[in-house]
Ligand binder design. Structure first.
Ligand code: CAO
Length: 194
C-alpha cells in the first residue's frame, strides 16, 4: 500500500462525482438474490457494478488491511459468475490467502466503501491503472420522477478519479453517464449481456 500509493501521488488526479438511481436494480436484485442463494452464491450489488469489459479490481477491507484482488475478463462472465468469483475472492481475503494471481492484472478498480458507510470519496488511482470509482452507501431519498411526482428512490453516489494525462473530463462524464444508465435501467444491461 505504501509503495503503490506513493507512486499514485505522481498522477494528476481529476475527480468527478454523480448520483445514480438504483431503485430498479434494488428490485431486480431482490428477485435474483434467492435464486443465486439456492445455487450457493451470495449476490450483492457489486456484480452489477462490475459488469464491464475489464479485469475489475475490488478494493477489499481484509484483516490484513486494504487488498485489491481483481475479477478477470468480466465481459465474458455472467452476473452470477461475477458474484461467485467475488464470493471466492472475499473468502480468500478473509482467510488471508489471496495470492499473486488474484492480486495482479487489474485494469480498473471499484471501491465499495459504501458497504461500510459514506456518500462521497476521493479515491486514489492504483498505478498503472488510469481510473478508479468509489461507491457510496445506497440511501432511500426523495426524488422527482419524469412526471414531476415525488418518489422514494434508492440513490447511490459514485466518485470517479481519472489520470488527467490520459483521460479528459468529457470522456469521464460520457463513461459515467453510460455506466449509470445501465444501472438505472438494468433491463438495458440484459440486452447487451454476453
Ligand atoms: N450501500 C448499501 N448497502 C450495501 C452497499 C452499499 N454501497 N454495499 C454493500 N451493501 C450491502 C450488500 O448488499 C450486503 O447486503 P445483503 O446481505 O442484503 O446482500 C451487505 O451490505 C454486505 O455486503 P458485502 O460488503 O459483504 O459485499 P459487497 O459485494 O457489496 O462488497 C467488498 C464486497 C469486498 C467490496 C466489501 O466487503 C469491502 O471490503 N468494502 C470496503 C472497500 C474499502 O475498504 N474501500 C476503501 C479503499 S481505500 O482505503
Amino acid at each position: 500500500m505504501v509503495k503503490t500509493m506513493t507512486a499514485a501521488l505522481k498522477i494528476p488526479h481529476f475527480g468527478y462525482c454523480d448520483e445514480v438511481d438504483l431503485t430498479q436494480l434494488v428490485l431486480l436484485r431482490s428477485e435474483l438474490k434467492g435464486l443465486a442463494e439456492a445455487r450457493g452464491v451470495r449476490l450483492s450489488y457489486m456484480p452489477f457494478f462490475v459488469k464491464g469489459s475489464h479485469n475489475i479490481g475490488l478494493a477489499m477491507d481484509t484483516p490484513q488491511g486494504l487488498l485489491v484482488p481483481s475479477v478477470k475478463n468480466v465481459q465474458a462472465l455472467s452476473v452470477f459468475e461475477i458474484a461467485a468469483e467475488l464470493n471466492r475472492l472475499q473468502a480468500l481475503g478473509s482467510a488471508g490467502q489471496l495470492g499473486p494471481a488474484d492480486l495482479t492484472g487489474g485494469t480498473f478498480t471499484l471501491s465499495n466503501v459504501g458497504s461500510i458507510g459514506g456518500t462521497y470519496a476521493k479515491p486514489v488511482i492504483l498505478p498503472p491503472e488510469v481510473a478508479i470509482g468509489a461507491l457510496g452507501k445506497i440511501q432511500v431519498l426523495p426524488r422527482f420522477n419524469s412526471c414531476a411526482e415525488l418518489v422514494k428512490a434508492h440513490i447511490m453516489s459514485v466518485s470517479w478519479s481519472a489520470d488527467h494525462r490520459v483521460i479528459d473530463g468529457a470522456t469521464m462524464s460520457r463513461f459515467s453517464n453510460l455506466w449509470c444508465s445501465y444501472l438505472e435501467q438494468p433491463s438495458s444491461m440484459v440486452l447487451d449481456l454476453k
